[in-house]
Write a protein of this length. Structure first.
Length: 247
């Protein structure tokens, strides 16, 4: 009876041990399976932190969108980087038009700020105050500036027929006349040019492809206009001297 009872106990213990081993094996397999399915590129660096515990505690459905988002960023980032690089290159290579600027704003800029900006070739805009600017016998024009928007040259469009045509400017950012000054007289308003950057070597291209070099000049200009004050719509004109191209 003792031998039979001992054998039955050993068999029962063996069954319990077998079940325990099977349960441990199943638990190990399930743990290995769960770890394998939840592997994520960002998890290894977070295993020692609280974030890894919270991440592993989340359902697999919450982890999948993060993986998709990472994959999305993996190709979006290079594209955005390339776009930014192309935009920077285009901004550097493409000529940027200089905006209008007043004399007060221009006087506050340094040489480094003006250099390469195109502002040195721009005439400052005039902010109107009042309705007119009276001219007296002691008046003087200073910082007079001429910035042509286009150049028209007489061209033979047909045999025996000539007319002024608009040309293509080939001189870049150096054709403006500036810092011109001279005396003013009223009735009629008369301006006599005396000093300044009053000429600039300029080249334009004709419709037939011919290049025409000339001196854009207002040397010794004597301009006249009716009245004794500058008003909106005021016009004047006069003759000037064009020196030799090789000045």
């Amino acid at each position: 009876f003792c031998k039979g009872s001992l054998r039955s106990r050993l068999r029962a213990m063996a069954r319990v041990a077998t079940r325990a081993l099977v349960g441990a094996a199943l638990f190990g397999c399930s743990s290995a399976f769960v770890q394998h399915s939840a592997v994520h590129p960002t998890v290894p660096s977070l295993r020692s932190t609280d974030a890894s515990v919270r991440l592993n505690a989340l359902p697999s459905e919450d982890v999948t969108p993060a993986a998709e988002q990472t994959e999305g960023r993996s190709w979006v980032a290079p594209v955005l980087g390339l776009s930014a690089m192309l935009g920077l290159v285009f901004g550097v290579l493409a000529p940027q038009p200089a905006k209008a600027i007043t004399a007060e704003q221009f006087s506050q800029l340094t040489y480094a700020q003006v250099r390469g900006s195109g502002l040195a070739n721009r005439c400052p805009t005039v902010e109107s105050q009042g309705t007119e600017v009276p001219v007296t016998s002691s008046s003087r024009m200073q910082n007079f500036c001429l910035e042509p928007k286009s150049f028209a040259i007489e061209f033979e469009t047909e045999p025996g027929k000539k007319e002024f045509v608009t040309t293509k400017l080939t001189t870049r950012q150096t054709y403006t006349l500036a810092f011109i000054e001279g005396a003013l007289k009223p009735n009629p308003i008369t301006f006599t040019e005396q000093d300044g950057m009053d000429f600039a070597a300029t080249t334009v291209k004709m419709p037939d492809g011919e290049y025409v070099p000339f001196l854009f000049s207002c040397k010794q200009l004597i301009a006249k206009g009716d009245g004794s004050s500058f008003k909106p719509g005021f016009t004047w004109g006069g003759e000037f001297n064009v020196p030799s191209y090789r000045t």
